[in-house]
Write a protein that binds this ligand. Structure first.
Ligand SMILES: [Zn+2]
Length: 239
């Protein structure tokens, strides 16, 4: 009886450990299980990368003005559907010197999808961004940070590298105060900060919290001696 109980306990522990591992593999910010992925840069340089997901949107230009005020470059992970809805905004982001990344075509969760589906989501976004802006993204960020079987191969075929974040702002459901506090606390050498200039595929999203947080956050971080770089410069300073 004792042995049977401990055997069952062992199986249960094994199942829980496997589930825990899958959770980490799929969503862990430092996980490279489903493809090479970065979540921070060189910890010896006082540089940060501001990144924005889910755009472009009709609301992005306000954010571009806030960044221009401090001459700060950022990286925008765009969805193909949003680029087709707001092509002028997508071009404007590139024209103002920011880097463009791939955030899939339709912002669908990739877990439990086929490798073929995942490739099409990533390839469609890559084609759209390239056709509309003339820029081929080099970096991929999965929607909700969720990776799956097939992402690694799609990244390789499309010349993309995965990137997550060091700290995420939760700017879609918190106050500007809370977002600023969280990001200031999370900022450290080489950190990648994640915010949103869109809200999934919504048209005319309210990104007031994000814009307000950026207006307050950037001067505080510059005062602390940080410089801002695009993801490519932060992660590959020599190229
Ligand atoms: Zn997203």
């Amino acid at each position: 009886m004792y042995n049977m109980d401990s055997g069952l306990l062992g199986v249960a522990t094994g199942v829980a450990a496997a589930a825990g591992f899958m959770g980490y593999a799929v969503r862990g910010r430092s996980s490279s299980v489903f493809g090479e992925s970065f979540y921070h840069g060189d910890r010896s340089r006082p540089v940060l990368a501001l990144t924005f997901d889910d755009g472009p949107s009709e609301s992005t230009p306000k954010l571009l003005d806030a960044l221009d005020k401090y001459h700060v470059p950022a990286t925008f992970f765009m969805c193909g559907e949003n680029v087709r809805r707001c092509p002028d905004v997508a071009r404007e982001i590139a024209a103002r010197g920011h880097e463009l990344g791939n955030h899939t075509d339709s912002h669908t969760r990739l877990d439990f999808k086929s490798p073929r589906f995942i490739y099409r989501e990533m390839a469609q976004a890559q084609t759209t961004i390239q056709e509309i802006t003339g820029v081929a993204p080099r970096w991929f960020r999965a929607p909700y940070g969720v990776r799956w079987f097939g992402v690694a191969q799609a990244q390789q075929l499309l010349g993309l590298r995965g990137v997550m974040w060091t700290v995420i702002g939760y700017d879609w459901n918190r106050t500007a105060d809370a977002v600023v506090e969280r990001l200031v606390r999370g900022a450290s050498n080489g950190a990648i900060l994640c915010l949103h200039d869109g809200r999934e595929l919504r048209a005319k999203p309210d990104i007031g919290v994000t814009v307000e947080a950026v207006r307050r956050l950037v001067p505080v971080l510059l005062d602390r001696g940080y410089r801002f770089e695009t993801v490519s410069r932060l992660l590959c300073p020599k190229t």
